[in-house]
Structure formats: structure tokens, C-alpha cells
Design a protein around this ligand. Structure first.
Ligand SMILES: Nc1nc2c(ncn2[C@@H]2O[C@H](COP(=O)(O)OP(=O)(O)OP(=O)(O)O)[C@@H](O)[C@H]2O)c(=O)[nH]1
Length: 289
């Protein structure tokens, strides 16, 4: 299946040649740069493949394709993409700047968990905008999850988080997904607010995951915007959204290498079912063809 972020189109000419020559290496480098692997990773991948081609003394582009798959899969597998959700309730904080797809992701994630038989409650701890709460409620409903709303607009986000966890404990709901704000007047205000949510929830139970949502179409730029979360929020996993609208499949590897944080979920569409776990083998097969 050809995905929009697949490299197979860009690599087609290269693998159609009879032999590996200088033009092959130029094409490979261009394809990797265009796919947003970034200059450092591109250089490192090309150097590794040149060494392998020399070592195996091959001139067959089919060998090169296999080696490219292998190195990408190996590099993507250095971090563990497993979600750790065995606590009851398992509390997940979902963080990220506005517009990256946080609300949508929470709905899709609820659905994803529901497919595995888990019960889910969503906490609307982005309490400032009433419209945001309503949008979240719509997605929670689509995802088959309960929702804990703020009792009034602007209620302390930490108290909404507290009430959500309390309700999950009382009603035996297995997974808690807490939506947090993406935009405040100042970054330090935002981090203080998150810090308070964490402190309050940690008195009730351990926090299972802090998932940072990133928009794949924004590439390196989006990563820069999310830097404060990476530095201060104790992020345990990344969710890449909008991969379907992105020509930047290489961002998947560069973001993992730059942050040292595993990708745990991938969003590939606007529908409720368009979220999957991250499996390096499947991903690389789609990327390289
Ligand atoms: N194509 C595509 N669109 C997506 C995906 N995830 C989210 N979107 C779209 O991105 C837009 C923003 O998504 P939201 O979930 O509202 O983003 P948010 O981060 O909660 O933004 P705010 O509500 O402004 O805080 C919406 O139009 C979504 O339909 C995805 O995986 N693929």
C-alpha cells in the first residue's frame, strides 16, 4: 500500500537501475533529505550503507534496498514503543501545543483502548476554553469514553484531573486520559500548570505515561515548539499525528533520535479509527516499499 509519506516513489528510479553507481548515492541522499531525515541522519545512513555495500561487495540495487530497510528498522527499534498501562487506573497525561491534534488523538486513543476491552475516562483539564471542552466531549463520545468536565469555566486544571482520577477509582474505570492546555500566556505558566497536575495526581496514583503529541507535517519546526514539554514535562512517549498528510516519513526516525523518546502511537487520518501503535517493521515496509 502506497502511503503519502512513502519513499518508494522517490527511490523508484534508483532501484530500477541495473547497478549501484554514483547517481544511486546522490538519489538516495536527496530522497532522505526530502523525507526530513535531516542532514546528520542522512549522512550517517548513507555512510553506513556505503560501508555495507563495500563489505558485501555487491552492485545490486536490490541488496541496497534490503540494507536500507534493515538499517532503518534497526535504528527505529532502539527505543521500546510499548505503552505501559498496567496500573489501575492507568493515568495518561496528554500534552502538546494547540492544533497538533491532541483532542482528536484522545478520542482515537479511547477507541483504540476500547477495542482491547478497556474502559476509559477522559479528563478535560484544558478548562479555559468552553469550546475546547465541548470538542473533547464530542471526541470522547465517539471513542466510547466517559468524560469528566470542569464544573465551571476556568476551574483549576489540577482539580479536574483529581476529580477524573477519583471517579475512575470509584467507578472502576481502567484508563484515564487527561487533556491538558497547549497554550498559556507564558511557557513557564504552562509548565507550572502541568507540574501542579502531576503533583496532585501523583498523590492519588502513579502516572503511567506522559504522551507528547507532535504534528508530523510541521517536522523539525514542530519539535522546536514542543521543546519546553520535552525539557520539563517528563514525557515518556511521542504520538505523531497527521502522518497521512505528510511527505516527511523520515521525521519519525529523526524525532526519536533527537529526543531519545520512543514513538508509541501514530495518527494517520481524521477518523476515529485512524490511530495505531508504532511497529518499526510495518513502518519501514510502508516507507521503503
Ligand atoms: N489528516 C489528519 N488530520 C488530523 C490528524 N489528527 C488530527 N487531525 C486534524 O487536525 C486538526 C486539529 O486537531 P485537534 O485535535 O483539534 O487539535 P488540538 O491539538 O486539540 O487543537 P486545539 O483544539 O486547538 O487545542 C483537526 O482538524 C483534526 O481533524 C491526523 O492524524 N491526520
Amino acid at each position: 500500500m502506497a502511503t503519502p509519506w512513502s519513499l518508494s516513489g522517490a527511490l523508484k528510479g534508483m532501484f530500477a537501475r541495473k547497478t549501484i553507481d554514483d547517481a544511486t548515492w546522490d538519489d538516495l541522499e536527496d530522497a532522505l533529505i526530502t523525507a526530513d531525515f535531516g542532514p546528520d541522519l542522512t549522512e550517517s545512513i548513507v555512510a553506513e550503507l556505503r560501508a555495507s555495500v563495500r563489505r558485501f561487495n555487491t552492485t545490486d540495487p536490490a541488496d541496497l534496498r534490503r540494507m536500507l530497510r534493515e538499517t532503518l528498522e534497526e535504528r527505529l527499534s532502539t527505543l521500546d514503543p510499548t505503552l505501559h498501562l498496567s496500573n489501575r487506573p492507568a493515568v495518561v497525561l496528554v500534552v502538546g501545543v494547540n492544533g497538533v491534534g491532541k483532542t482528536t488523538t484522545i478520542g482515537k486513543f479511547a477507541k483504540f483502548l476500547g477495542n482491547y476491552g478497556r474502559s476509559v475516562i477522559v479528563g478535560a483539564a484544558d478548562t479555559f476554553r468552553a469550546a475546547a471542552v465541548e470538542q473533547l466531549a464530542t471526541w470522547a463520545e465517539r471513542g466510547g469514553a466517559a468524560i469528566q468536565r470542569p464544573q465551571q469555566q476556568g476551574q483549576d486544571p489540577a482539580s479536574v484531573a483529581f476529580q477524573t482520577v477519583e471517579r475512575a477509582q470509584r467507578e472502576g474505570i481502567e484508563i484515564v486520559l487527561i487533556d491538558t492546555a497547549g497554550r498559556l500566556q507564558t511557557k513557564s505558566g504552562l509548565m507550572d500548570e502541568l507540574g501542579k497536575i502531576k503533583r496532585v495526581v501523583e498523590k492519588q496514583t502513579e502516572i503511567a505515561e506522559v504522551l507528547l503529541v507532535l504534528d508530523a507535517t510541521t517536522g523539525q519546526n514542530g519539535l522546536a515548539q514542543a521543546q519546553a514539554f520535552i525539557e520539563h514535562a517528563g514525557v515518556t512517549g511521542l504520538v505523531l499525528t497527521k502522518l497521512d498528510g505528510s511527505a516527511k516519513g523520515g521525521f519519525v526516525l529523526s524525532v526519536q533520535e533527537k529526543t531519545g523518546i520512543p514513538i508509541k502511537l501514530v495518527g494517520q487520518g481524521e477518523g476515529i479509527g485512524d490511530l495505531t501503535g508504532f511497529t518499526p517493521h510495518v513502518f519501514v515496509t510502508n516507507l521503503i516499499g
